[in-house]
Design a binder for this molecule. Structure first.
Ligand code: SF4
Length: 282
């Protein structure tokens, strides 16, 4: 893999400029994702640049650097971190992440640290064959921390074929348990996601990201890569709009035109009646 030259990557100021243009189109929610966003030493500066423009900034992270970065991220205005926590069992966690036992400890310390700095936490738990017996323990853990939980089905994208075949497990098999422990269920408008509400108010959101036209029909996301490309869907590689030059040149009209083009290119990836559909909403 070839590294992108540093001056061709978007800088915090670049994100700030882009977000001011995008704000005029009503784009106010930003989530920093990856790879792992916290491997960038200036991740908190990106958060700050977006936050200073009055935008809502969240992040998805594996949690490894969260403990040491929580203070900076909090001061920069990070509202929430979605932290991957696919097992509370040391052996299973190490197996699933290919790491050693210290990693799980560090992630949990990161969660505690972030909470102590006032950063909201949401846990991302991908239900798989290896951890299918942990649904109750992860729900209990989220509940004890007072944090919301995303219960996610494994998707083939980014997962080696043999791992997908070995680990894929249908999330709907957890519905019966969620019905039993929740006091309310509703459908969140964004991506039609089913949400189960526990007695203490903690919410468990179910995300089935593959073959699910319900999700796509209410998806409004655009993705911006660090090289300045706007992608219209995680599964679509060949349709994107390159606005790196326009951002670097502070060309407001050019960036606005790029955003317009990207929105016009967007379409639901899984469509009702389409061949690739395999799921119904929960
Ligand atoms: S349109 Fe693409 S990004 Fe949006 S929910 Fe569907 S698959 Fe996911």
């Amino acid at each position: 893999m070839t590294a992108i030259p540093r001056d061709e990557l978007l800088s915090p100021d670049d994100y700030g400029f882009l977000s001011l243009v995008a704000k005029k189109f009503g784009i106010v929610n930003y989530k920093l994702t990856g790879g792992e966003p916290l491997v960038r030493k200036d991740a908190h500066e990106i958060v700050r640049a977006l936050n200073e423009n009055g935008l809502h900034v969240t992040m998805s992270t594996n949690g490894y650097f969260l403990k040491e970065k929580s203070k900076d991220l909090s001061e920069a205005g990070l509202e929430r971190a979605n932290v991957s926590l696919h097992s509370l069992n040391l052996g299973t966690f190490s197996y699933l992440t290919g790491t050693n036992g210290k990693y799980l400890e560090k992630v949990i310390e990161g969660i505690n640290e972030a909470l102590s700095y006032g950063i909201d936490i949401k846990l991302n738990f991908i239900l798989m064959n290896s951890n299918k017996n942990e649904l109750k323990s992860i729900v209990d853990f989220a509940s004890s921390k007072g944090v919301n939980l995303n219960l996610i089905e494994l998707i083939p994208l980014g997962t080696p074929k043999n791992v997908y075949e070995r680990e894929h497990f249908q999330v709907k098999s957890g519905f019966e348990y969620l019905e039993k422990v929740s006091v309310k269920k509703y459908i969140r408008e964004f991506q039609n996601r089913p949400v189960y509400v526990l007695p203490n108010g903690v919410e468990v959101t179910v995300i089935i990201g593959y073959g699910n036209p319900y999700l796509c029909s209410k998806c409004s996301r655009l993705r911006l890569t660090p090289e300045g490309r706007i992608k219209t869907c995680i599964f679509v590689e060949d349709k994107y709009v390159d606005i790196l030059k326009e951002i670097k040149n502070r060309d407001e009209d050019g960036v606005a035109e790029g955003l317009r083009k990207a929105v016009l290119l967007r379409e639901p990836y899984f469509k009702f009646g389409g061949e690739k559909n395999v799921h119904q909403n929960g």
